[in-house]
Design a protein around this ligand. Sequence first.
Ligand code: ZN
Length: 506
Amino acid sequence: MAERIQTAPEAGSDMGNDDAIGGNVSKYIVLPAGYCGLPKKGHLIFDACFESGNLGRVDQVSEFEYDLFIRPDTCNPRFRVWFNFTVENVKESQVRKIVDTFNVVLRVIFNIVNFSKTKSLYRDGMAPMVKSTSRPKWQRLPPKNVYYYRCPDHRKNYVMSFAFCFDREEDTYQFAYCYPYTYTRFQHYLDSLQKRNMDYFFREQLGQSVQQRKLDLLTITSPDNLRKGAEQKVIFITGRVHPGETPSSFVCQGIIDFLISQHPIARVLREHLVFKIAPMLNPDGVYLGNYRCSLMGFDLNRHWLDPSPWAHPTLHGVKQLIVQMYNDPKTSLEFYIDIHAHSTMMNGFMYGNIFEDEERFQRQAIFPKLLCQNAEDFSYSSTSFNRDAVKAGTGRRFLGGLLDHTSYCYTLEVSFYSYIIGGTTAAVPYTEEAYMKLGQNVARTFLDYYRLNSMVEKVTVPMPRLRKENPPPYKYPLLRGPASNYPNGKGNKKSPVNHKDPSNSF
Ligand SMILES: [Zn+2]
């Protein structure tokens, strides 16, 4: 790596030399020190002024090496993880020379120098994403070209360096922390669903963000369940409260796509359950290219206790709706799942709550155990239950305290990087499709759960068996009894399984 000339003053803060970062770079042309003429081919142009873009500053180390600074979240400099930017105007000498398959001349090194986290999946083989004009599908860079280390040149901050070969002069290249999933993409997706006029899919605007973006709420259920006075068993799902956690949106889309499909399991689920889904709780943060916070710098997942209608309007809207459903004796809110992505763990897994009531605690473990059987990428052993003070303002913790003892609240996490299939050690990097597949498996697991709960006992759809090598440790005893055990709505519901049943291994 080339010697750096220290130009930025050492401010001594923990902000990682962000002192000069105000916003995203906009078609920023990097000219060599002392160069006064017009820009030439090879003077790289960096840009992040687009939706979900993030790059705050570029320092040239040499023609072939650049220090890149993530723009901190708006109004909250503590969070610097998500990046998403383009590079163009590469010149021929920066283009790779392939001598043979194993002897590639690498031309440009990018160092991302101001991450706010120290632990990272980059240590475990994660690599940034790239696409280009002529290859528009996102790919991960080869891990062998990625280095993550503590760098003495950057106040001992952790730096992620990657070497990249520009191979087409005319292309614009785009690099990102993970697969982007923008607010606009989300709106187009919902528009396309609306156009299909499905009588079991409803979209409404539950509220709007500080910057007046839509807080969409979807309802997926058979129209019969929406009759006046009908009793409803509700599954509530939210996503993207943390805007940089883009896998959350792919998982959520997987859930939605499955639930609206003609798959027999989806039909049964729609017949018996009401799915309420708010897939994007932080549309401003998503639009702005933040990692963790809203426009005003709030980590919305720490404000469930007392969301403000003006500072946290989307959270306020969702919470109001949930409380209203909770107070409606015709509505039984059975599950709340908030979907996130994890920056240091592999696999999909869940966080749940700890309860004094042992029986409730045990029942809470059922859904993740069932999901583990359906999804090869979901790990029950990584699933954990906690009551850390630091997580008190999260949706899962707050609603776990509010809702009655037969409701289950989870955070569903999925790795930004990869999953490890049981019995192997090889990390399989997630693709967009694999994230969606996890969503699909979450959705179909509700049938397994309610089969145990006897609600849909007469249904004869085939059960999903994706992990043939790992059969379930128990049979599905279809517990006999009335389809609905709780006519009075609250507090009198039967346990979904008979936990004295010896065939039940929980
Ligand atoms: Zn999160």
